[in-house]
Each structure stands twice: as C-alpha cells, then as structure tokens.
Design a protein around this ligand. Structure first.
Ligand SMILES: [Zn+2]
Length: 364
C-alpha cells in the first residue's frame, strides 16, 4: 500500500481571484468567499519556500501508474511546423492520469473513505484505475448516455458506476458522497470552479517537461479546454519557472473550445454565464467558463480559439496519417494551429506546442 504523504512545503491555499488566503484544509468548492458572491474561483496551494522549480509539488512519492514524461514530437503538416505534447500516451490514454495520481495520493494522505468522480469521459476511467491500483473504494457517477465500452472499462476496475438521467443529478449525487466522507475528484458546484486543487498541481509538470524537452520556452501552446484544469496547471507551471528565473516569458496560452464560450467572455460577457450549445466534441463540451481558464489565457496574453467538429475530424485524420491517433476533442489542438497561424496570433517563426490530451483508443 502506498503511504502517500503531503510534502511539508504547503502552508495554505490562496484564491486565484480575490487572493484571500486559507489554512491548508481540504477545499472542494474553491474560494468560499468568491462562491458566496456567486463568482466561483479555484484556490491554489501556497508553498513555503522555493529552492528550485522541483520543490513545488504536493507529494514526493505520489501513487503512480507511470503517468507523465510524455513525448514531445516535432510535426509538419499542411498547417506548418509545430510540436505536440502527446498526453494520449498516459496509462489510461489521457492527461487526466496526471491529476488522478495526485488526487488518489491526497485521498490516502488524508484518510478519505474513498473517492467519487462525476464524469462522462476519460476522467472516470482514469480515477477508477488509480483508485483500484491504490486499493481504495471508488464511485464514478455518469449519465445514462455514457459510452458502453467506457462503462465496461470503468466497471472492470472494480469501481461502482452509477448512471443518472441528467448532468445536474451527477453533481448532486457527488455532493452526497462528499458528505459521507468521500474525496471528490471533480467539480460539483454550479457555476463551476476547477477540480480539486491538489490534483490540478500535477499539470504543472507538463510545463516543466516541455521546457526540458525543447530546451527552450515555446512561444505558444494550444490547449483543449472545458473546465480549464489543464490550461491553468500549465500556466502555473510556467509561472513558477519564470519565478525561479529559468524562463523569461510565459508562452501565450490558447484555449481551444468547440463553440463560443470564453470568446464571448473575453468580449465582455460574465464568466458565470451559460453558453448552451450541443457538440460532439464531448471532452471539451460544457456550458460554462471557469475563472482559472480565463486567467490562464488573459495572464499569458493568449486567446480563445473556436474549432468546429469538421475541423477536428480533419485534424484527426491528418494526425492518423502521421501515425498519431487522437481522440476527436484532442485533435482540436491541432486544428487550432491553423487558426493561430491564419489570424497571425503569433509571429511567423514562433514555436507552437499543441497539447494533445487523449487517445483515439480510449472510448468516449
Ligand atoms: Zn476568492
């Protein structure tokens, strides 16, 4: 049994919106003050000291199935030359494994009864796999239209799978499990904040890996976004590298979305608004924008990029012909390169990394 313990560097949390500080006690719903104002926001851990970029992680020995250290590949397509950070090669086929590693480690460190996650996608399979490896009870709550193959994979881990009629019911049920002593791996408030902040810390490693693998800081990155855990984690990672003076500038972060959500917020709509539109790009679907996703884009001088389903299908095919097999939502990062180049959102010779989040072989 893994005896995950928190490193003693974390001394509290800070709200990423109002900057209020809180003690290091578990916070599921983001900043209480911002939530009560109807403007939910995530919190982030405050680390006591900074000796090197390496020390800003919550665990020295997290539960691991071998996630991370994913390849950074040099690709040339009709959209020009760019790089991909291929998160599809994580153990269950998506970037979510990084977060699951830290979330399950936290459940063990703090003695939770088990872990619960509301997910209709690859997060459910990921958290169920890590919980199973660590021998802790796991409940995955999804809707009745969950992909049957994915449902069978989730059940095969030994996790309990509960199917609800609506998305909202998933969140209500998750809250019930939380009251019973389960750690929630996913957001369940509405409007949403981000996922559990210790789990999100794992995405900082993508920034560090990119910097090491390239040997320089990329000028821009395209990141598929739903709730924005990934783009925020990457932003935090680069932000810390800048604080320790390893890099001079944070890459422009482009949030890739399936229809205008953040685009509208950047044009002046409230980030707590609902943006209701159907999309088959399920991993980045959702009616909401989070403060964390918005901040990552604004603070890095990035932008929101809308990619259609047709563009994603085309990019998926383009990448398959390179031998790289991406889930449809993941392929939006490739399609975004075309927009970024066409709209001259970067300089002509600037380097761009597309973060390809998940594998075509994991059913969604
Ligand atoms: Zn706050």
């Amino acid at each position: 049994m893994n005896q995950s313990k928190f490193c003693n560097e974390i001394i509290g949390y800070q709200c990423i919106k109002c900057k209020r500080e809180y003690p290091f006690e578990d916070m599921y719903e983001g900043c209480p003050r911002c939530k009560s104002d109807g403007k939910p926001s995530s919190v982030k851990p405050i680390y006591q000291s900074l000796f090197s970029g390496e020390n800003w992680l919550p665990f020295e020995r997290p539960v691991t199935l071998g996630e991370g250290g994913t390849p950074l590949l040099d690709v040339t397509t009709k959209h020009g030359k760019f790089y991909i950070k291929n998160e599809a090669l994580n153990p269950t086929g998506s970037h979510k494994d990084r977060m699951s590693s830290f979330t399950i480690s936290m459940a063990i460190a703090n003695g939770y009864q088990g872990v619960v996650a509301a997910s209709s996608g690859n997060a459910g399979l990921s958290i169920a796999s890590y919980a199973s490896y660590a021998n802790i009870p796991c409940v995955i709550i999804s809707t009745e239209n969950l992909n049957k193959q994915l449902a069978s994979y989730i059940k095969s881990t030994g996790a309990e799978l509960i199917l609800t009629k609506t998305s909202m019911e998933r969140w209500e049920l998750t809250e019930k499990y939380v009251e019973e002593g389960f750690l929630s791996a996913t957001n369940y408030i509405n409007p949403p904040a981000g996922s559990q902040p210790i789990g999100v810390q794992a995405y900082k490693l993508i920034a560090r890996e990119c910097y090491r693998q390239l040997g320089f800081t990329p000028n821009a990155m395209a990141v598929p976004v739903s709730r924005g855990d990934l783009i925020w984690g990457i932003y935090e990672g680069f932000s810390e590298l800048k604080q320790v003076k390893l890099i001079g500038k944070i890459p422009k972060l482009f949030a890739v979305e399936p229809f205008e959500r953040m685009t509208k917020v950047l044009e002046g709509e409230e980030y707590t608004s609902h943006f209701d539109q159907y999309t088959n790009l399920k991993s980045i679907a959702g009616e909401t924008v989070t403060w964390q996703a918005l901040q990552a884009v604004i603070e890095s001088n990035g932008h929101a990029i809308n990619v259609t389903e047709e563009e994603a299908i085309d990019s998926q095919a383009v990448m398959s012909r390179k031998g790289i097999h991406l889930e449809l939502s993941s392929a939006t990062a490739i399609a975004a390169i075309k927009h970024i180049r066409r709209d001259q959102l970067v300089e002509e010779n600037d380097s761009i990394v597309a973060v390809t989040t998940s594998s075509r072989f994991t059913p969604i």
